[in-house]
Design a protein around this ligand. Structure first.
Ligand SMILES: Brc1nc2nc[nH]c2c(Br)c1Br
Length: 356
């Protein structure tokens, strides 16, 4: 790999080499790389592509530690997405690349095409397949009952694969689920907060995005596992079925987010859960002593969302949105059950279409 690194550094006609254009510089660059790279052991096994292969076009969005652009590969004119990471993200980018490589080829996992580096500022960029995504605020109101089942099933397939590889995504939300509705293609993106699950490890609970964060994260329980992802899927499914996005919209902090959840799931279940896991709510939660009953899911049905509500949608929501993450079904179990529902629905639709 060292030879490879020096070879690419010496031969890659990037901006630094062209302007410097001196052997001393490329040797210095090699030396700097080796000493710097020795520290990032895993960067050794990356064969860096060339940033100038890609032409940046529109900016698509801002990630946690990155800017994301629509790009064109100049060699084959293929569209792509270039995620330029901030230098601070160096440590995390190794983990993100390792996870993307580990999940490469999995169902509905976004494909990492290339890893390039701007030799001027050492900032790495990740190049992904392009997905012609429609913003969820526009798309979700257009989805039929079957579409919602189909896309949730495909999201669960991506998660089931990731969990089977021992990887938690930890930031499931509509912004990280790219959907090309015309081609009925879904891709789970932004594995920047993902991590490998280890039952003996405690994890940071400040991960994810508030509206989709599981109760265990909100109360600071650091022994969480894959089921934190399933809570987030539950929030997405409830948001899509009841046409209320986000479904749990806390106002300003984790306490308020937990209150918003308790208004639906009830406080009885919350205090039972906290007691069971001996989780002490810090003093900030003291005013949570209000009392909320458990709402019936049917109470969220409106004339606008009635066409999306069904027994099995509510059944699946009930399975995913539970305080007690330890009793929530495993991802694989949920996928199997949900697959059956989707297939049955497809058969019902086919039968109806044949009668027309
Ligand atoms: Br990866 C990836 N990140 C994105 N951020 C905004 N749009 C994005 C798309 Br499309 C992809 Br693909």
């Amino acid at each position: 790999a060292v030879v490879h690194e020096s070879a690419s550094a010496a031969t890659a006609p990037n901006y630094t080499d062209i302007t410097a254009n001196s052997s001393v510089n490329s040797v210095a660059q090699f030396t700097r790389n080796t000493s710097q790279e020795r520290w990032n052991h895993s960067i050794f096994d990356i064969s860096w592509g060339k940033l100038e292969t890609y032409q940046m076009l529109d900016k698509l969005g801002d990630g946690s530690y990155s800017e994301v652009f629509l790009g064109i590969n100049k060699l084959d004119n293929e569209s792509c997405v270039v995620k330029i990471l901030q230098p601070v993200a160096m440590r995390r980018v190794k983990r993100e690349i390792k996870i993307l490589q580990e999940l490469s080829g999995g169902p509905n996992i976004v494909s990492l095409i290339d890893v390039v580096r701007d030799n001027r500022n050492k900032t790495p960029s990740l190049v992904f397949e392009y997905v012609n995504n429609t913003n969820h605020k526009t798309l979700y109101p257009q989805l039929s009952d079957f579409d919602v089942r189909y896309y949730i099933l495909n999201l669960l397939k991506a998660l089931s694969f990731s969990h089977s590889k021992g990887i938690m995504h930890r930031d499931i939300k509509p912004y990280n689920v790219m959907i090309d509705h015309h081609n009925r293609k879904l891709r789970l993106i932004d594995w920047g907060l993902a991590d490998f699950y280890d039952e003996n490890r405690a994890y940071g609970t400040g991960v994810g995005s508030r509206y989709w964060r599981a109760p265990e994260l909100l109360v600071g329980y650091d022994g969480y596992d894959y089921s934190a992802d399933l809570w987030s899927v539950g929030c997405m499914l409830a948001g899509m079925v009841f046409q209320r996005e986000p479904f749990f919209r806390g106002k300003h902090d984790d306490v308020d987010q937990l209150l918003t959840i308790a208004r639906v799931l009830g406080t009885e279940g919350l205090f039972k859960y906290l007691h069971e896991y001996d989780i002490e709510l810090d003093e900030a939660f003291d005013h949570v002593k209000g009392w909320y009953q458990t709402e019936r899911w049917a109470s969220f049905v409106t004339p606008q969302n009635r066409h999306l509500v069904s027994e099995d949608a509510i059944d699946l929501i009930g399975k995913l949105l539970r305080y007690n993450h330890k009793v929530s079904a495993s991802t694989k179990q949920v996928v199997i059950e949900h697959t059956i529902q989707v297939d049955l629905t497809r058969k019902r639709i086919d039968r109806r279409l044949r009668k027309l």
